[in-house]
Design a protein around this ligand. Structure first.
Ligand SMILES: C[S@@+](CC[C@H](N)C(=O)[O-])C[C@H]1O[C@@H](n2cnc3c(N)ncnc32)[C@H](O)[C@@H]1O
Length: 506
């Protein structure tokens, strides 16, 4: 870790070991340069941490903190414009407003950030600290030193930083370079995501989606989450890659993967079969021998495009059981689709109008076409509750419960798992809700013996022209299904659909 040499009133200096940036406190302009006031963590002088001004280039390793600061600055900007338009406070009154760490760094600061010093741990009578007004540099030994001693250091109490003066200056100063650097970093990360390109467009403001997010190709299983072991993933043993049309599985009654798939009751026309079916259903016997359907149109099927969902699944909430690596049907089986990932080009965009970021497609999408899965950390119900309770209620929610089989398998709520897509996931984390959606979420399982870990896959439920926002119904309601009365935490729905239910969740 580097040492920082802080000059004290331009005469002497003290050397402290800097462990990390704790937070960014303020910003200002020096000529054309944007500077940001950094508070450092240092265990050998925790009550008197160094704070120093830095250019955007010097902050490239803590862009997430810079982004947090810009969000706080934006809030201050809104607050200050509301104050000046509503009550025209006197300047002296504003000057004396105390800027304490408690009031100045509100809930926007992520609760899980390990490096943030909490207000309660701040010393009761804080020691004055030195703010060096110049720039810091690295010397030939790797120590961070002052580049210039032109400006004397000022002494100030940390709990009063930023001072009202600093706040006023910061609101007038440009932050364009910081915004651009954050945007560049996000774009660089997007460029590394495998598959079709993900674009980012913002025609409303300079903000970028949170850098506290990592794109991942599949779930991350967290503590306490147990996925059924690989040897329970049976796979179909009676199928082969070449059963006539070279499309892998061809016969639903042979394909072991469909054992638990929904029976296509409309296809039971034989009276004897009907009796046998009703009996098997009543006794809870295997329904493997009854007619089912594969979920996707196959290559060579006349109707519509290969790979899109057949209406039997599209218009129902039935789980989809795809073939897996243990199957004998080969890699090109018609019953494998979602497991290969996204194949459409998408765009993350700033929606405006209070819904934050959204996702839209860059190409025409057909009814029944697979878009992408919802990914994230799979956590226990208890952990999800803990995260929910520690989060700011007005913040976006990215929790998705894996409760599809709760009722049929008798799984208690507390034993269910939840996907948290806030910090890890895919572009689907940006799909907003609509009461008249163009996508729908489906359960996709690769292991029929695991009712607790499965994929959530989004498919288009109608043709979607390029450029249209992708949406799904967060409550997954059937048409006309009533919703509960809105509770105190209900969030107003801004989807603007003619049939809008007015509340996002109740
Ligand atoms: C999974 S996130 C969707 C992406 C989010 N807009 C963002 O900027 O990250 C869910 C959150 O988006 C917002 N949201 C989504 N659909 C909305 C709607 N129809 N009306 C109001 N807010 C919506 C809510 O804040 C919700 O908690």
């Amino acid at each position: 870790m580097p040492n920082v040499v802080i000059p004290i009133r331009g005469q002497t200096s003290r050397r402290v070991k800097v462990e990390d940036v704790v937070r960014i406190l303020s910003n200002r302009s020096k000529g054309t340069e944007e500077q940001y006031l950094v508070q450092w963590a240092c265990s050998n002088a925790p009550e008197k941490p160094p704070i120093s001004w830095h250019s955007v280039n010097e902050l490239s390793r803590c862009l997430e903190l810079l982004q947090d600061y810009l969000a706080i600055r934006e809030d201050r900007k809104v607050a200050s414009s509301q104050t000046s338009s509503s009550q025209k406070r006197k300047a002296s009154e504003l000057d004396s407003t105390p800027f304490t760490l408690t009031s100045e760094l509100p809930s926007r600061t992520p609760s899980r950030s390990p490096s943030v010093t909490s207000a309660s741990s701040a010393p009761a009578a804080p020691a004055p600290i030195d703010v060096y007004n110049g720039m810091l540099d690295v010397d030939q030994y790797g120590f961070i030193v002052c580049r210039s001693s032109k400006y004397p250091a000022a002494q100030i109490e940390l709990r009063r930083v930023p001072t009202p003066d600093m706040v006023r200056t910061s609101l007038r100063s440009k932050v364009d370079k910081a915004c651009l650097r954050i945007r560049e970093e996000y774009l660089a990360r997007l460029a590394k995501v495998p598959g079709k390109k993900i674009h980012l467009v913002n025609t409303h403001d300079m903000s970028t989606p949170s850098l506290r997010f990592r794109y991942i190709p599949q779930y991350i299983l967290r503590e306490g989450v147990i996925q059924a072991p690989p040897d329970t993933q049976e796979g179909c043993q009676k199928c082969s890659p070449h059963m006539g049309r070279n499309i892998g599985c061809e016969y639903t009654q042979r394909c072991g993967c469909l054992e638990y798939a929904a029976v296509n009751e409309a296809a039971i026309t034989d009276p004897d079969m009907e009796v046998a079916y009703q009996k098997a259903k009543a006794n809870g016997d295997s329904l493997a021998a009854f007619p089912k359907r594969f979920p996707y149109y196959a290559e060579g099927t006349k109707v519509r495009r290969a790979g899109t969902l057949v209406p039997f699944y599209l218009n129902s909430r039935r789980p989809i059981y795809e073939c897996n690596d243990n199957c004998r049907c080969g890699p090109d089986c018609r019953n494998k689709n979602v497991q290969f990932g996204r194949t459409v080009e998408v765009e993350i965009f700033r929606t405006g109008g209070g819904r934050g970021w959204g996702l839209r497609c860059r190409e025409n999408i057909y009814e029944g076409q697979f878009i992408d899965t919802y990914r994230g950390e799979v956590i226990t119900d208890a952990e999800a509750t803990r995260r929910e309770e520690s989060a700011d209620k007005s913040k976006s929610s990215y929790l998705y419960s894996l409760d599809k089989f709760a009722e049929s398998e008798g799984i208690d709520v507390e034993d269910l798992y939840v996907v948290d897509g806030e910090f890890y996931g895919g572009p689907t984390k940006f799909i907003n809700h609509s009461c008249d959606p163009n996508c729908r979420q489906y359960t996709v399982s690769y292991n029929k013996h695991d009712p607790r870990v499965y994929d959530i896959a989004f498919f288009a439920c109608r043709d979607i022209p390029a450029g249209e926002e992708l949406t799904f119904d967060y409550l997954d309601k059937e048409e006309g299904e009533p919703i509960e009365d809105p509770g105190p935490d209900a969030i107003p729905c801004l989807c603007r659909a003619a049939n809008c239910r007015k509340w996002l969740w109740t």
